[in-house]
Design a binder for this molecule. Structure first.
Ligand code: PMP
Length: 377
């Protein structure tokens, strides 16, 4: 007789998500912690979008949509993105979160044995999805400044390399790629004929303006048409539970992603697509300004005691654990003191840094950083 465990595929077993699970287990035991672990904004979905979602449900937008998403949303996103990058971005597919876009992109392009390069530290999903596809993750160390070092990336390229994955602003470091770094990434992609996948989910959260001008993201899509752009509404509009994202890029690849969506997710949530279209007209500038202030607060506090790279986007900071301690040891100590942070080894081959999400109230940021500074001695 086979035990239920005996039915598990090698594919599922190969995905090791134990690191993050350990953190969740620890968190479950904490009572009202200062929670620096959450990867989502602390503001609520804009009221306009909530009302639009209710209106969409009440007016009957409750059925499947076309696999690729509703036309007005796709057209609007294609127009906006094309204006931003200065050329037609290609097809647009509405996905179930950026996670959905990542899943479909990776499954559409990665054959068993194909290699994909991304910087370490990385967003955890990259590694696991590549494993599911039978691909090989090649994580290129970006310590201690977490910047794109073209020489290191080029050394990692082999004849099996198919894709270079970029994530700017980055989870977990908050680092934003400069135009020069993006140029170098594009140059490498051209030279080695690679596909670029640009995860731009944190795009609106950019804090370093040039001469008072609103910052814009240096996207490789401006320069290189073999780029798949992934963006979404989870972070920009605090809709993590709505499961809405979008992918844009070459028709040949997007049509394969659409085909796979048809047999997996089917479509992104119908009424919420209508609401997202309305959400695009809501200014999120105030939220971004609030997060810039929190970024300054957390950086100024922590740089008193920690080695920390100033983040330029997203809502994370990735300081180094105090000397003589692994990140996991320091995280255990922080948790004993009621501050929940995530050890770097969840996002990295190294266990030297820890991630703080400062997407919480200024008061909690202040209190939590003071505790961490005290623990750093
Ligand atoms: N990419 C990055 C870099 C992320 O941090 C996240 C969410 N934490 C995602 C993709 C997935 O976001 P979602 O599926 O909620 O759109």
């Amino acid at each position: 007789m086979r035990d239920p465990r005996d039915y598990i595929s090698a594919r599922a077993t190969a995905v090791d998500a134990s690191g993050i699970r350990k953190v969740f287990d620890l968190a479950a035991k904490m009572k009202d912690p200062i929670n620096f672990s959450i990867g989502l904004p602390d503001f609520d979905v804009p009221q306009t979008a909530k009302l639009a979602a209710i209106e969409a449900i009440e007016s009957g937008h409750n059925r499947y949509t076309q696999t690729q998403g509703i036309a007005p949303l796709r057209e609007r996103l294609r127009r906006d993105l094309s204006a931003e990058v200065g050329r037609d971005v290609g097809e647009v597919l509405i996905t179930s979160g950026v996670s959905g876009g990542l899943f479909l992109a990776i499954l559409s392009v990665i054959n068993p044995g194909d290699e994909a390069i991304f910087l370490d530290p990385y967003f955890v999903m990259y590694k696991h999805l590549l494993t599911l596809a039978g691909g090989k993750s090649v994580a290129v160390d970006s310590y201690p400044d977490f910047r794109f070092h073209a020489d290191r990336v080029e050394r990692a390229i082999t004849p099996r390399t198919k894709m270079l994955m970029l994530n700017s602003p980055s989870n977990p470091t908050g680092v934003v790629m400069s135009q020069q770094e993006v140029n170098q990434a594009v140059e490498l992609a051209r030279k080695h004929d690679l596909l670029l996948l640009s995860d731009e989910i944190y795009e609106p959260f950019l804090y370093d303006d040039e001469g008072g001008k609103k910052p814009t993201l240096a996207s490789p899509a401006r320069l290189y048409d073999k780029t798949i752009i992934l963006r979404g509404f989870s972070k920009s509009h605090a809709m993590t539970g709505w499961r809405l994202g979008y992918a844009a890029g070459p028709e040949a690849i997007l049509s394969q992603m659409t085909k796979l969506q048809q047999y997996t997710f089917v479509c992104a949530p119908s009424p919420l697509q209508y609401a997202a279209l309305k959400a695009l007209d809501v200014s999120m500038d105030q939220a971004v300004a609030d997060y810039r202030r929190k970024r300054d607060l957390v950086f100024n506090l922590l740089s008193r005691k920690f080695e920390v790279v100033k983040p330029q986007g997203a809502f994370y900071v990735f300081p180094k654990a105090p000397a003589g301690k692994t990140a996991s040891q320091f995280v255990a100590q922080a948790i004993e003191n009621n501050v929940l942070i995530i050890p770097g080894n969840v996002f990295s081959e190294r266990d030297t840094h820890f991630r703080i999400s400062y997407a919480t109230t200024d008061q909690k940021v202040q209190e939590g950083c003071e505790i961490l500074n005290r623990l750093a001695g």
